[in-house]
Design a protein around this ligand. Structure first.
Ligand SMILES: Cc1cc2nc3c(=O)[nH]c(=O)nc-3n(C[C@H](O)[C@H](O)[C@H](O)COP(=O)(O)OP(=O)(O)OC[C@H]3O[C@@H](n4cnc5c(N)ncnc54)[C@H](O)[C@@H]3O)c2cc1C
Length: 329
């Protein structure tokens, strides 16, 4: 439908939309209201949970394009993008949004290429100006903010998590569910084996409201347990600098920065991280930054809201026990 602001659903692979969808749908609905359109969800899944469908409606999706097929149990940009492109060619949405996640990042780039339109990747603000979408996105490792617009639609953008105001679910609001028929191309790759990592019980890095991050100052992989203990108490996700990842202390998906993940939590706590420009590129939009470093000249203190000059091996356990006392009250 012209005027439709599509939101590609990122789910937990168990049939439920991820928390970040409240932000994507909230922003789509806000812009669509200005443009005289409506927010709609596009969901590729092997099985949508009824509560998941209900939630999308409550968050403000007026319509759900539900593409339920066993083929979508696995992600593949090579067959997801053509399916969405085919639907977009039939339905002519005004805009297509998705959260910045590993798979949507890739899928949206493929979709933009197929549709022959521009994509604003990692957008941090969106506005309708003179009837057109204008996106703000950080460039040059976050040193500059650039504003971009589109010469033709649909307007494609990925939205950085934890930046846009999430929609409040409205009890009773429901979406019209459409189940269109689409042709699904054969996947170029075959899934041979899937290994699910045992859950740490900690939140996902990109979605977490608090992130506790460790760098070379931790001195070894075994010392991440100190940060994990703190993270458990305050409900944080754990992240790492590239130095810690390159040393093999944590897998790459924990890396924050230019060549890792971009995060915008409410609170970022950096332990033994110097604050290289490439690290800042991934966390400088955090709402509150707190750095713990034994070197008072460490560059991270220049962007930190709070700084503790001290030995992380003393400070981290102290913070853990103090937070524990406070939060158990
Ligand atoms: C192209 C390119 C891309 C890159 N991408 C990334 C990226 O995505 N993410 C990223 O993080 N980096 C990235 N880097 C690397 C970046 O330049 C830095 O080398 C890296 O961020 C440094 O990591 P660090 O702060 O953990 O280590 P260091 O710079 O070595 O800092 C360690 C800090 O720990 C402090 N310290 C030591 N012991 C203690 C203690 N006991 N208590 C408290 N503090 C202590 C020290 O004072 C020091 O400040 C990239 C580099 C390049 C060239």
């Amino acid at each position: 439908m012209p005027g439709a602001f599509w939101c590609i659903v990122e789910d937990d692979r168990a049939g439920n939309p991820k928390k970040v969808m409240a932000e994507v749908i909230g922003e789509a609905a806000r812009l669509a209201a200005q443009a005289g359109g409506q927010a709609e969800a596009v969901w590729l899944t092997d099985k949508a949970a009824p509560e998941g469908v209900k939630l999308l409606g409550e968050l403000g999706a007026a319509r759900i394009w539900l593409l339920e097929n066993p083929a979508f149990a696995t992600y593949g940009g090579d067959f997801w993008a053509p399916v969405i492109a085919e639907l977009a060619a039939k339905e002519s949405p005004q805009a297509i949004f998705a959260p910045v996640t590993t798979r949507q990042r890739e899928m949206m780039a493929r979709l933009a290429a197929r549709l022959g339109v521009g994509l604003s990747a990692d957008s941090t603000a969106l506005a309708i100006e003179d009837g057109k979408l204008v996106a703000t996105r950080p460039v040059y490792a976050g040193k500059l903010l650039s504003k971009v617009t589109w010469s033709k639609g649909p307007w494609l953008a990925t939205l950085r998590p934890n930046v846009f105001r999430p929609a409040e679910p409205k009890a009773g609001a429901s979406a019209q569910v459409e189940k269109p028929t689409v042709s699904i191309p054969a996947a170029a790759a075959k899934l041979v084996e899937r290994r699910e990592e045992a859950s740490t019980g900690l939140p996902e890095l990109a979605e977490a409201e608090i992130v506790v991050s460790g760098g070379r100052g931790l001195k070894g992989p075994e010392n991440f347990v100190i940060l994990e203990a703190l993270a458990k108490v305050i409900g944080a996700a754990v992240g790492a600098s590239r130095a810690a990842v390159d040393a093999g202390w944590k897998p790459h998906r924990f890396q924050i920065g230019q060549t890792g993940r971009t995060i915008s939590p409410k609170l970022y706590l950096g332990f033994g991280i110097s604050g290289a420009i490439q690290h800042l590129a991934g966390m400088r939009t955090s709402k509150v930054i707190c750095a713990i470093n034994k070197d008072p000249e460490a560059p991270i203190f220049k962007i930190a809201d709070y700084g503790i000059v001290g030995d992380l091996f003393e400070v981290a356990p102290l913070l853990t026990s103090e937070f524990k006392k406070l939060l158990e009250k």
